[in-house]
Design a protein around this ligand. Structure first.
Ligand SMILES: C[S@@+](CC[C@H](N)C(=O)[O-])C[C@H]1O[C@@H](n2cnc3c(N)ncnc32)[C@H](O)[C@@H]1O
Length: 375
């Protein structure tokens, strides 16, 4: 059976996520603002959750209701037969996005929906499901758009960008999903040597290794919310997981390098890489930019130097960006370099001609990915 799905994704990554979904077998793929509509069967839903490197979650719309105001929302949510989706013994939570003039606080909107659901349960069974905002069995997503509300079930639960390999830390790490998207945007493929010379906690080299070894990111996850649904097909899900494990590779096709001037960062990268079992594949070292040499005669560099808003001071960073440009020019002939930065004044200091400028959001920070062909 073909179902409608909606994948949520970071702003600016809609097109690249659409391409990923098509490659996974999605049909009628249609990118929209911070999301991608697509169609497919239940196997595709499981496959996307297990394999996607770029999206946050997959929503399955169950109803669109009129919701001009709180009363109308409550009344129409209560008309949905919630016993199809939520058993009394199961916990649930409601996430809400969007607003209209009368429903302009997402917490308030979510509360109306929650009240309507538990009131229906109480009236029918004299009992109700408990709320669990951290780890609900059933996660309901409500999106208010003008005078209506799209109600969906969240098949993923915790965001898919949390692969589980990254502990809390002090630098400004990229989200795993953004790192994976940058590799795709840079047209990096596993046969091309890769280097991040300012690797911090190592998200870029680790995502490159996961991709190169064809390791499905969902394999290291504890659970997906679709496992709690009444239609959960455990045999189908196991088959997709088994296939994913069989498709893993044991060797990289080309080397992946990560370095940083701070030893603690190299250690952090090693710990993170160990947690997803790719540490022995990476070539990691403590090197400052001044001492950096090209490890091969061609390859792709992607890095995000500190850019002032989050780390360091803009003035001090000027010389770092100038050095980056000089090193690229003098020592990396034959390579293509990409620099992600949120500070235009700093990137001017690189002093090389760009051959591409791609707007990207790093969280809520508007950034640019600058491309340099080095010859
Ligand atoms: C914004 S962080 C990179 C974050 C990384 N992409 C991640 O996802 O964790 C910038 C990194 O550049 C490193 N760095 C700053 N100056 C450097 C230099 N001169 N040589 C090498 N690394 C440097 C810092 O130690 C820091 O780890």
């Amino acid at each position: 059976m073909t179902n409608q799905y909606f994948a949520t994704v970071a702003r600016g990554l809609e097109e690249i996520a659409a391409k990923e979904l098509e490659d996974l077998g999605a049909k009628n793929v249609n990118p929209d603002f911070t999301g991608v509509y697509f169609e497919g069967d239940q196997a595709l839903l499981y496959k996307v959750n297990i394999w996607s490197r770029i999206i946050f979650r997959v929503l399955v719309p169950i109803n669109t209701i009129k919701s001009k105001n709180a009363e109308e929302l409550y009344k129409n949510v209560k008309k949905i037969d919630w016993s199809d989706y939520l058993q009394i013994e199961q916990t649930f939570a409601v996430n809400c996005t969007g607003k209209n003039p009368q429903l302009n606080h997402t917490h308030f909107t979510a509360l109306q929906i929650k009240n309507a659901i538990v009131d229906q349960q109480r009236e029918r069974y004299n009992r109700r499901s408990n709320i669990d905002v951290k780890n609900p069995d059933i996660l309901i997503n409500a999106h208010i758009d003008d005078d209506h509300c799209i109600i969906s079930l969240d098949s993923s639960g915790d965001s898919l960008h949390r692969r589980g390999y990254r502990p809390a830390m002090g630098v400004a790490p990229l989200k795993e999903s953004l790192a994976a998207a940058l590799l795709d945007i840079a047209n990096w493929t596993p046969d091309i040597p890769f280097l991040d010379p300012m690797c911090g906690s190592g998200i870029l080299p680790i995502e490159a290794a996961l991709k190169s070894l064809n390791i499905a990111p969902g394999l290291s996850r504890n659970r997906f919310n679709f496992e709690q649904w009444p239609d959960f097909d455990a045999a189908l899900c196991d088959r997709i997981i088994d296939e994913a494990m069989e498709q893993q590779k044991h060797e990289l096709a080309a080397p992946i390098f990560g370095s940083d001037q701070v030893l603690e960062m190299v250690r952090q990268t090693t710990i993170n890489a160990k947690r997803c079992d790719v540490d022995h594949h990476l070539k990691l070292s403590q090197v400052t930019l001044e001492n950096l040499e090209a490890p091969t005669d061609h390859g792709i560099i992607i890095c995000n130097p500190p850019y002032g808003k989050r780390l360091g001071n803009s003035q001090e960073l000027g010389s770092l960006y100038k050095l980056l440009g000089d090193i690229f020019k003098q020592r990396f002939k034959g390579w293509t370099a990409y620099v992600l930065s949120g500070n235009k004044e700093l990137t001017k200091k690189i002093g090389l001609r760009t051959s591409g400028r791609i707007p990207i959001y790093n969280g809520s920070l508007p950034c640019t990915l600058l491309k340099y062909e080095l010859y």
